[in-house]
Design a protein around this ligand. Structure first.
Ligand code: G6P
Ligand code: ZN
Length: 570
């Protein structure tokens, strides 16, 4: 940036010599590593410099949003970003108060303020604190995660980096709201929740939800668990302030830098206190969100809603229950391992449906092209084209809206009733995922290599495999490594998960997680469709047992990764 000669030294751009760090490759959701890794001198600066160098159109004169889930080390990184932003000619930085913004709120802010992108400080659902994880992710001007060409460029820059540019600014007080001049930068500190809540109010009919919550006898009970992550204040703003529910309807609602030691991932294992309270206290509606607020779990008394069913049901009810979709739903989508429940809704409604690789970024192009309204992933992500991230709180309010609408038709409708009604129309896709976390990378790689080799054998299709504890057997119809050609820009993504489709329509999928920070995590996904009403109430683990046995025996998974049991079953 041009500056008058003799400008104050403190304001001048300093070039700091550095050397590359190996492995600064942003994964599906940015760069995630242990806090200690980010704390190494120059480590964070190198990566932030790479973002500024690689951002589309360069950094000069640009406006960005900065915020995250408030996890340990976030305040320090906000100051680093401000110093490097100043050094790289950024003009304006919009920062969430205390550096806090949920991932959906960052996406919403980028879009409503029309900024050139944003930097998110989060490792999502991974534990936080000095011994745990931190993460940095770059989103582009559409509000979505950077596409692969941008993340590839970021990685390239980190491999050859020799210096970064900064202005040696003192720390800015990020607790105070307002507009500030910070060296050459304009910095606006914004309230973490208000912009996002305003957006939700344009999407949902809060009066209709309130009517159901307050004019029904007995009053429906609600419990939202923020797992000490970023959604606490958002939950309070919606459930307590907007919907007038008691304070007891939210729990773990104060964001903590280490999430109070919780693993802030909304599933049956890590959100078990929610599940227990819902069952013990007969709570009608339970829900949870993850560390950075993009994931969700919906849990009613005796009824766990799988994310695959959740997105299908939201799609089915959208026009009836959510004013945002009154004009019509454009199209639907899911990630490859997600069950086909949403495909059946698309078919019934005559909508286009897309199967994309795992990772929210693949939905963005379809949304920008006006072909996609509602989408979801089995990994507890559900959302719509109101932003370009999945949105945990949106999904929770969507379910409240569905229950409000369903109760207008039939008072007393519970989550379980909504599920059964859906299965009665569409049939049920039983789905489960087994996670083997932090296994040795070598074993996981060998498992994948072996499957790839098996699938390539010409006689693999047609082979039958028998379950170990019953006579059920499955015949392979097709087996391959999932590849995707983006229908909008034609880009191709290969090796996105090894799948077997059996002749009865069942599927098993093996995939290595792209979001872990140490070792490898192997995921096994199983799906079986039933049109037999007598089975609809069955426990998924019972119905899927033969398929899981076949998956384990044909892959020799337990031998390769030396684990008898998964870490998490969802
Ligand atoms: C993040 C992404 C999701 C994706 C998930 C996959 O949460 O935002 O879009 O589904 O990672 O995680 P995995 O660990 O299975 O690679
Ligand atoms: Zn998340």
């Amino acid at each position: 940036m041009a500056r008058p000669p003799g400008a104050c030294n403190k304001m001048s751009v300093v070039t700091v010599q550095t050397t590359p760090f190996a492995g600064q490759k942003p994964g599906t959701s940015g760069l995630r590593k242990k806090v200690k890794v980010f704390q190494q001198p120059h480590y964070t600066e190198n990566f932030v410099q790479a973002i500024f160098t690689a951002m589309p159109g360069g950094s000069d004169g640009k406006t960005i949003v900065v915020g995250g889930d408030g996890r340990y080390y976030s305040p320090e990184v906000v100051q680093i970003i401000l110093r490097l932003a100043a050094g790289n000619g950024i003009k304006h930085v919009v920062v969430g108060q205390h550096g806090v913004l949920s991932t959906p709120a960052v996406s919403a802010l980028i879009r409503s303020l029309k900024t050139d992108g944003g930097i998110l400080l989060t490792a999502s659902h991974n534990p936080g604190g000095p011994e745990n994880d931190f993460g940095i992710k770059f989103n582009t001007a559409n509000g979505g995660p950077a596409p692969e060409d941008v993340t590839d460029k970021i990685y390239k820059v980190t491999e050859d980096i020799t210096c970064y540019k900064q202005v040696e600014l003192p720390d800015l007080d990020i607790a105070k709201l307002g507009e500030f001049t910070h060296g050459p930068l304009k910095v606006t500190i914004v309230d973490s929740v208000s912009n996002y809540i305003e957006l939700l109010k344009t999407i949902f009919d809060f009066e209709r939800i309130k009517k159901w919550l307050h004019e029904t006898s007995p009053k429906p009970t609600v419990l939202f668990d923020a797992l000490n992550g970023v959604t606490g204040p958002y939950g309070r703003a919606i459930f307590v302030e907007e919907l007038g529910l008691p304070e007891s309807s939210i729990q773990n609602a104060t964001p903590l830098p280490d999430f109070g030691g919780l693993h802030p991932d909304p599933n049956l294992t890590y959100a078990h206190t929610l599940v227990e309270r819902v069952e013990r206290e007969n709570i009608l509606f339970g829900a949870a969100s993850d560390g950075d607020g993009d994931r969700n779990m919906i849990y009613g008394k005796g009824a766990f809603v799988t994310p695959s069913d959740s997105v299908a049901i939201i799609a089915d009810w959208a026009e009836k229950a959510i004013p945002y979709f009154k004009g019509g739903v454009k199209g639907l989508a899911r990630s490859m391992p997600t069950s086909g429940a949403i495909d059946l809704v698309a078919k019934a409604k005559g909508l286009e449906v897309f199967e994309v690789p795992t990772g929210w970024k693949f939905f963005g192009n379809l949304m920008d092209a006006g072909r996609l309204s509602i989408c979801g992933e089995e990994s507890f992500g559900t959302g719509s084209d109101h932003i370009r991230e999945k949105d945990g709180v949106w999904a929770v309010v969507a379910w409240l809206a569905i229950l409000a609408a369903a109760n207008e038709e039939k008072p007393g409708t519970t989550i379980n009733d909504v599920l059964l009604a859906h299965y009665n129309v569409y049939g049920r896709s039983f789905f489960s995922r087994y996670d083997y976390e932090e296994v040795e990378s070598a074993g996981a790689e060998a498992l994948v290599a072996n499957l790839r080799e098996k699938f390539a054998q010409p006689d693999f299709a047609g082979q039958s495999f028998k379950a170990t504890t019953s006579d059920t057997s499955f015949t392979v119809k097709e087996a391959a490594d999932f590849a995707y050609t983006d229908p909008v820009d034609g880009s191709v993504s290969t090796k996105q998960g090894l799948y077997i489709k059996f002749t009865d329509g069942s599927r098993i999928i093996f995939r290595l997680s792209g979001t872990g920070s140490s070792g490898a995590t192997v995921r096994l996904y199983v799906e079986k469709y039933s049109k037999n009403a007598a089975e609809y109430g069955e426990d998924a683990q019972v119905g899927l047992k033969p398929l899981i046995e076949v998956a384990l025996s044909l892959s020799k998974l337990q031998d390769y990764i030396k684990r008898d049991k998964p870490t998490v079953i969802t």
